[in-house]
Ligand binder design. Structure first.
Ligand SMILES: *[C@@H]1O[C@H](CO)[C@@H](O)[C@H](O)[C@H]1NC(C)=O
Length: 520
C-alpha cells in the first residue's frame, strides 16, 4: 500500500513538475514579447523544462531553459516607417489597417517556421513536448506545433477578450456591444457605431478568409506536412487544428469594465508580467523620486514607439512645457542628444517602469496606453494621461477614460499645448488618482496572483490531456445554425409554397366564377 502511494506520488509529481513546454513568441515587437518572457520566467521557476522560440533572447542562464534565437525576425519591421510615431503624426492616422497587421503576423510566421534554428528543432525526431504555448496575434499557424508533438495547445493573448480570438474556442462576441481591438468606439454604441463595428468585422473576416488564411494554410501544410508524415501520421486539416486549442490565457483582469463574456477555457492572467516585490530602483532614480516634494510625472511611450522618431520642434516644445511645472518629470527617451533640458526634467534611456510606478511620490503616468503599461497603472494604482498612437492603444485609453482614471490627449503637433491643461487637471483634481486606487484594490482583491493562475492552467491542461470538458459546444455549430437561418429558410419555403397553392386555388375559383358569369 505504501509503495503504491509512493509510486503514485512520484508519478503525480513527475507528471506536473518536469513538463516539457514549448513557448513561441515570433513577433519582432518587444512589448508583446514581455508576456512571453513572463510565461517563461514562471515556468522555469516552477521547475519545468522550457524551450523558448524568441526574437529577444533572455539574459538568463538556467539549466531548464533552452532558447531558440530568431532575432533575425527584427528585419521584418526594421525599415518599416509605418510603425513609428512620426508616421502616424504625419498621416494623422487613428487606426492601423487590419490587413497590415494580418500581413505582419503572416510574414513573421513564414520567417519563424523557415528559420534554420527552428527547423533544426522541428526536424529532430526525438523531440517531444507536453504542451505548446504560443502568442496569438493575428495568426494561428503555430497550432501546427501541437499537431507535430501531439499535445495540447494553449494560446497566450496579449490583450483582453476580443472576437478575433473568442471565435477560435467559442463564438465571436456580438459586435453590438463588443468593439474590435482597433476601434475607438466604446459601448453603449450609437446606431452608426454599431454598424461600423459590424462592418469592421465583416471586413476583417473577409481579409482573413480570402487573403491571409489561405497563405497560412500553405505554410502549415508545407512545414508540418512532411514532419508529421515522418512521425507516421497524416496531417489534419488546417481548420480542424486552429479551432482545437485547449485554452486561451488573456492579458486582462476582472477590474476592467465592459468585457465580453467568455467561455470556460478562457482565463485572465493580466498582471502576470509584473514582478513582485518590485526590484529596487537604481540609486540615482531612488534619490531623485524620494526628494521630489511636489511629486513626479512619469512619461514614456513604450518600447515600439521610439521617442526619437518625434519631430525636433515637438520635442523642444515638450521640454519647455515640462519645465513650467514644479514636479519632477522623468521622460524615457532613447537619445542623449537633447539640449536645453530644464532642471526638473530627467531624461532616461531606459526606465525601470514598474519600480517607478510603485513609488508613492509618482503622481501620474503619461503613456501611449499599451496593454502592459495599462495593466501596470492599475496594479500600482496610478492615473494615466493617454496619448494613443496605434494598435490597441486607442481602445485601452478609451477604456481607462470610461473607467474614470484617465484623460486622453490626442497625438498631434499640438501635443505640448494639449498636454499642459491635462497635467494641471490631474494635479489638482483627486478624482483620477482616487479612481485608480479604487480599481487597483479591485484588481488585487482575488484568491490567486496572476502568475500562479497562469501556471495552474498550463499544468491543468497537461494533467487533463487537453481539458476537453472545458470546451464550448458552440465551436461545432456553424453560424447558420446558430442564427437558425435553416429554420427561417424552412418557414419561408413553407409559407411561400402555401401562398402559391392558395393563390392557384383562388385563381381557379375566380376563373370558374367568371366562366359561370359568362355562361349566365
Ligand atoms: C485536438 O486536440 C486534442 C488534445 O488537445 C488532440 O487529442 C486531438 O488530436 C486534436 N485534434 C486535431 C484535429 O488536431
Amino acid at each position: 500500500m505504501k509503495w503504491v502511494l509512493l509510486l503514485s506520488l512520484i508519478y503525480y509529481l513527475s507528471d506536473v513538475e518536469g513538463l516539457k513546454v514549448l513557448v513561441c513568441y515570433p513577433l519582432p515587437m518587444k512589448s508583446i514579447s514581455i508576456l512571453g518572457q513572463a510565461a517563461v520566467r514562471h515556468l522555469i521557476e516552477a521547475g519545468h523544462d522550457v524551450t523558448y522560440i524568441t526574437v529577444y533572447p533572455l539574459n538568463i542562464k538556467a539549466k531548464n531553459l533552452r532558447q531558440i534565437d530568431i532575432s533575425s525576425n527584427t528585419a521584418l519591421l526594421a525599415n518599416d516607417e509605418t510603425m513609428t510615431m512620426g508616421y502616424f503624426l504625419h498621416n494623422k492616422l487613428e487606426r492601423n489597417h487590419p490587413y497590415q497587421l494580418q500581413k505582419i503576423a503572416l510574414e513573421a510566421a513564414r520567417m519563424t517556421l523557415n528559420h534554420e534554428n527552428v527547423k533544426k528543432l522541428l526536424e529532430d525526431p526525438n523531440e517531444r513536448f507536453d504542451v505548446i504555448i504560443a502568442d496569438l496575434i493575428e495568426s494561428e499557424v503555430y497550432a501546427g506545433f501541437s499537431v507535430l508533438y501531439n499535445c495540447p495547445m494553449v494560446w497566450l493573448y496579449s490583450m483582453g477578450a476580443h472576437w478575433q480570438v473568442l471565435r477560435l474556442i467559442d463564438v465571436a462576441s456580438n459586435p453590438a456591444y463588443d468593439p474590435d481591438y482597433l476601434s475607438p468606439n466604446m459601448p453603449p454604441f450609437t446606431f452608426a457605431q454599431r454598424v461600423e463595428e459590424l462592418w469592421s468585422r465583416i471586413y476583417w473576416q473577409y481579409l482573413k478568409t480570402f487573403y491571409t488564411q489561405p497563405e497560412e494554410r500553405k505554410i502549415y501544410e508545407a512545414v508540418f506536412g512532411p514532419l508529421v508524415a515522418k512521425r507516421g501520421r497524416t496531417l489534419p486539416d488546417y481548420e480542424d487544428v486552429i479551432f482545437n486549442a485547449s485554452l486561451i490565457l488573456a492579458n486582462e483582469h476582472d477590474a476592467t469594465l465592459n468585457r465580453a463574456s467568455t467561455p470556460q477555457n478562457f482565463k485572465y492572467i493580466g498582471g502576470c508580467h509584473i514582478e513582485e516585490p518590485v526590484k529596487p530602483l537604481p540609486k540615482d532614480l531612488q534619490d531623485l523620486i524620494d526628494n521630489s516634494k511636489n511629486g513626479v510625472i512619469y512619461f514614456s511611450m513604450g518600447s515600439v514607439l521610439q521617442s526619437k522618431s518625434l519631430p525636433k520642434e515637438l520635442v523642444t516644445e515638450l521640454l519647455q512645457m515640462f519645465g513650467e511645472f514644479k514636479q519632477t518629470v522623468i521622460w524615457k527617451f532613447e537619445d542623449n542628444s537633447l539640449v536645453n533640458v530644464p532642471k526638473n526634467v530627467r531624461i532616461v534611456n531606459w526606465a525601470p517602469q514598474q519600480s517607478i510606478l510603485a513609488h508613492p511620490n509618482v503622481r501620474m503616468f503619461i503613456s501611449h496606453g499599451g496593454q502592459l503599461s495599462s495593466l501596470e497603472t492599475i496594479h500600482f494604482g496610478k492615473p494615466i494621461i493617454g496619448v494613443p498612437v496605434f494598435f490597441d492603444q486607442y481602445t485601452n485609453i478609451y477604456k481607462a477614460v470610461q473607467n474614470g482614471y484617465a484623460l486622453k490627449v490626442p497625438f498631434s503637433q499640438n501635443l505640448p499645448k494639449d498636454l499642459k491643461p491635462a497635467i494641471n487637471l490631474m494635479l489638482t483634481d483627486d478624482r483620477y488618482a482616487n479612481k485608480a486606487k479604487e480599481l487597483s484594490a479591485l484588481y488585487h482583491d482575488r484568491l490567486t496572483a496572476p502568475g500562479a493562475v497562469f501556471l495552474h492552467w498550463v499544468e491543468y491542461v497537461v494533467r487533463t490531456r487537453g481539458a476537453h470538458h472545458l470546451r464550448s459546444p458552440a465551436r461545432h455549430v456553424p453560424l447558420y445554425q446558430r442564427l437558425y437561418l435553416d429554420l427561417i429558410a424552412l418557414i419561408l419555403t413553407i409559407v411561400s409554397v402555401l401562398i402559391y397553392i392558395l393563390s392557384k386555388i383562388c385563381k381557379k375559383k375566380h376563373v370558374k366564377r367568371n366562366d359561370q358569369k359568362k355562361r349566365n
